[in-house]
Design a protein. Structure first.
Length: 339
C-alpha cells in the first residue's frame, strides 16, 4: 500500500478543478442489476464520504441511481445486451478509484484501466495478471458476489443492506396487487394467458390489480389486461419506462407484486414490498430475494438438472422450468402472500 493510500491523500492530478476526488463504479446493465449493487454503493459511500461517486450505467437509470441517494452523478454508457461498453466518455483527471462491478474479465478491466485510475478494484483473471483480487465464483448470489469483492479490498459491505427509500408521492393505486408480465428475455416471461388467468382469479377474490409494463412491453401488458377483463387504465407504462418515482410509489404502496425474474422483482425487494417471483432458467439462489416471509419464490427444477443455471437466461422462448409453474400455484401464492 502506498503512502497516499495509507494517509488518504489524493494526488492533485486526481482531483477535478474545484471538485472532490472521484470514484468510478462500472455497472452498465439494467434496473435489477443496479439494485443488486446498492449494498456496494452504500459501502463505498460510507467508507469514502469525501469522494464523489460516479456510476457508469445506461442514462435511463439516472433516476434510479439518484433515488438510492448514493451516487453523485451517472456517466451514461451504452452496450449491447450484457456486454461491456466499447468506451467511457470520461472527462477530466483520472479517477482516484475505479470499481468493476460489471464483469470478471479483461473487457471490463481494460476499459477501466484505460482511464488510468490510481487503484482498480476487480476480480482476478488470468488474462489481466496485473489486477489483484479474489477468485470469481459461479455459485454465488449476485449481491454477495460484489460485496465479497469489496470486503477483499478492506471495505465492509453487507449484502442485506439493500433497501431504498420510497418516494414521498402517493401511489396511483394504493393497496393494489401489481402484476408485471414482462422480462428482458423470453426465457423469463411466463405466458401472457397464464398471467391473465391469475389476474381473473385475484379479481374474483376482491383484489384490485394493476398491470405494469416497461418500454416496449405495452402490447404484452394490454393483452394480459384485456384477457383478464381489466379496463385499459389498469395498465401502467408501456410506451416508455414509467418515471421511476411513479413506479417506486406504485410498488411501495402495493399489497403484493407478482413478477418474473426481472428488475421489478428487485425493486419490490429494495422497497420491502411483499412479492411472489417466478423463476425459470436461473436458480433463485443466484438472483432471488433474500430469505424473508415477505418474499416467496416459485421454481420447478427436476432432479439431475443443473442446480444453478439449468436453462438459457437469454433465450427467446419460455424456459421449461418456468412453464412447470401452474396458474394455481401463482394464485395460491399471491392470495396467501398478500398481507
Amino acid at each position: 500500500m502506498s503512502v497516499h493510500e495509507r494517509t488518504g491523500h489524493v494526488p492533485a492530478d486526481r482531483v477535478p478543478a474545484g471538485g472532490r476526488p472521484q470514484v468510478l463504479v462500472l455497472r452498465a446493465l439494467g434496473l435489477g442489476d443496479l439494485l443488486t449493487v446498492v449494498p456496494c454503493l452504500r459501502a463505498l459511500r460510507r467508507s469514502m464520504p469525501d469522494r464523489d461517486i460516479v456510476l457508469a450505467a445506461p442514462g435511463r437509470l439516472a433516476a434510479v441511481a439518484a433515488a438510492t441517494g448514493l451516487v453523485d452523478r451517472v456517466l451514461p454508457t451504452t452496450a449491447r445486451g450484457r456486454g461491456v461498453p466499447a468506451g467511457l466518455s470520461w472527462q477530466g483527471p483520472p479517477p482516484e478509484l475505479a470499481v468493476d462491478l460489471h464483469g470478471n474479465g479483461p473487457p471490463s478491466h481494460l476499459l477501466l484501466q484505460r482511464l488510468r485510475p490510481r487503484r482498480l478494484l476487480a476480480y482476478r483473471h488470468e488474462e489481466t495478471p496485473d489486477v489483484p483480487g479474489p477468485e470469481w465464483r459461479d455459485d454465488e448470489h449476485e449481491r454477495e458476489r460484489w460485496c465479497r469483492l469489496l470486503r477483499w479490498y478492506g471495505i465492509e459491505a453487507d449484502p442485506a443492506d439493500l433497501s431504498i427509500t420510497a418516494p414521498a408521492c402517493a401511489s396511483p393505486a394504493p393497496g393494489a396487487v401489481v402484476v408485471h408480465p414482462g422480462a428482458d428475455a423470453g426465457s423469463r416471461r411466463w405466458p401472457a394467458d397464464r398471467f391473465a388467468a391469475v389476474v381473473r382469479a385475484l379479481r374474483r377474490a376482491g383484489e384490485e390489480v394493476v398491470v405494469t409494463a416497461g418500454a416496449g412491453e405495452g402490447a404484452l401488458a394490454r393483452r394480459v389486461a384485456q384477457d383478464a377483463g381489466l379496463p385499459r387504465e389498469a395498465v401502467v407504462g408501456g410506451s416508455g419506462d414509467v418515471p421511476f418515482h411513479e413506479l417506486c410509489a406504485l410498488v411501495a404502496g402495493a399489497r403484493c407484486v407478482l413478477v418474473g425474474d426481472t428488475g421489478l422483482a428487485h425493486l419490490a425487494t429494495a422497497l420491502g414490498t411483499p412479492s411472489v417471483v417466478l423463476f425459470g432458467p436461473v436458480a433463485p439462489r443466484l438472483w432471488g430475494p433474500p430469505p424473508s416471509t415477505k418474499h416467496r419464490v416459485l421454481w420447478c427444477p427436476r432432479p439431475g438438472e443443473d442446480p444453478l443455471r439449468p436453462g438459457d437466461a437469454h433465450a427467446s422462448l419460455p424456459d421449461a422450468r418456468l412453464l412447470r409453474i401452474t396458474v394455481g400455484q401463482v394464485v395460491e401464492a399471491g392470495l396467501g402472500h398478500c398481507p
